[in-house]
Write a protein that binds this ligand. Structure first.
Ligand code: A3P
Length: 282
C-alpha cells in the first residue's frame, strides 16, 4: 500500500512559472536545453502529460522501421526536458531521425527547432480524460507519489499545480500555432475512432510513403490491446500503468456533477472561440 500524501507541492520546482517534478527535471537541464541543436529531420512530439505520447511514439517508430528497415532505438529517456544537462551533448551522436517527446509549451521549446524547421506533431486529448489518466498514473505507479483522493487531485489539476503545470495554459499556448508550417495537430479521440486514417495522416506529414498493407500492419500493432499486451516487454514494470484503459469517456467514472460543471466552465473561459476549442471532443 502506497503512503498517501495530500499535498505534493514540495515535490515540484518552478521554472519560468511552471511546476515540474523535482525527480525528473532540473533548472540546469533547462538552461542546457537552450543550447540544444535541433536537426531538420528531428520529429518533435509535443503533448500535455497523459494525452497519448507513448502511443504516437510507438506509431512513429513503426513508421520509421517500415520506411527505413532500421529499428528505431533511442538511448535516452524520451522526454527532451528530463535528465541530466549533458544529455544534449550525447544526443549529437544519435542517428537521424531523432524523436523528441516533450511536454513543454510552444514558447518554451529551444529556438533551433523552429530555425531548423523540425516537424512537430502536437497531440491533444480532452481535458477530462486527461485529468483522470493523470490521477491514476500518480496513484497506481509505485514510484510516483500518490494524491490523497481524486477530489484533491482535481483541485490541484484545475489550479495547474501538477507536474508540467496547467492543461489549459498548455492548450492556450499551443492553440496559436496549430496551423503553422511544420506543425500537425493530432487528436487522441480521432485516433481512437479511426486509427488507420490517423496513422496514414502522420505518415503523410512526415513524408513517408508506405503501402496500404504496411499501414494496416502498423495499425494492428498500435491498438490499445496490442500495445498493452506487450507493455512490460516494451516499457518494463511501468508498462501496464502506462497502458491502463485507453478509452474515451473514462472521466464519467470519477467526475462529480459539480466537477463536470467546473471543468466545462474553465474550458469555456479558456478555449471557446479558439480553433482548438472547436476541435476537442468529449
Ligand atoms: P488511460 O490512462 O486513460 O488509459 P501518455 O503516453 O501520454 O502518458 O498517455 C497515456 C494514456 O494513453 C493512457 O490513458 C493510455 O492507456 C493511453 N494509450 C496508450 N496507448 C494507447 C493506444 N494504443 N490506444 C489508446 N490509448 C492508448
Amino acid at each position: 500500500e502506497k503512503s498517501k500524501e495530500t499535498a505534493l507541492s514540495h515535490l515540484f520546482f518552478t521554472y519560468q512559472g511552471i511546476p515540474y517534478p523535482i525527480t525528473m527535471c532540473t533548472s540546469e537541464t533547462f538552461k542546457a536545453l537552450d543550447t540544444f541543436e535541433a536537426r531538420s529531420d528531428d520529429i518533435v512530439l509535443a503533448s500535455y502529460p497523459k494525452c497519448g505520447s507513448n502511443w504516437i511514439l510507438h506509431i512513429i517508430s513503426e513508421l520509421i522501421f517500415a520506411e527505413s528497415k532500421k529499428k528505431y532505438e533511442y538511448p535516452e529517456f524520451p522526454i527532451l526536458e528530463c535528465g541530466d544537462p549533458e544529455k544534449y551533448q550525447r544526443m549529437k551522436q544519435f542517428p537521424s531521425p531523432r524523436i523528441l517527446a516533450t511536454h513543454l509549451h510552444y514558447d518554451k521549446l529551444p529556438g533551433s527547432i523552429f530555425k531548423n524547421k523540425a516537424k512537430i506533431l502536437v497531440i491533444f486529448r480532452n481535458p477530462k480524460d486527461t485529468a483522470v489518466s493523470f490521477f491514476h498514473f500518480h496513484n497506481d505507479v509505485p514510484d510516483i507519489p500518490s494524491y490523497g483522493s481524486w477530489d484533491e487531485f482535481f483541485r490541484q489539476f484545475m489550479k495547474g499545480q501538477v507536474s508540467w503545470g496547467s492543461y489549459f495554459d498548455f492548450a492556450i499556448n499551443w492553440n496559436k500555432h496549430l496551423d503553422d508550417e511544420n506543425i500537425k495537430f493530432i487528436l487522441y479521440e480521432d485516433l481512437k475512432k479511426n486509427l488507420a486514417a490517423g496513422i496514414q495522416q502522420i505518415a503523410d506529414f512526415l513524408g513517408f510513403s508506405l503501402t496500404g498493407e504496411q499501414i494496416q500492419t502498423i495499425t494492428a500493432q498500435s491498438t490499445f490491446q496490442a500495445m498493452r499486451a506487450k507493455s512490460q516487454e516494451t516499457h518494463g514494470a511501468v508498462g501496464p500503468f502506462l497502458f491502463r484503459k485507453g478509452e474515451v469517456g473514462d472521466w464519467k467514472n470519477l467526475f462529480s456533477e459539480t466537477q463536470n460543471q467546473e471543468m466545462d466552465a474553465k474550458f469555456k473561459e479558456c478555449l471557446t472561440g479558439t480553433s482548438l476549442g472547436a476541435k476537442l471532443k468529449y
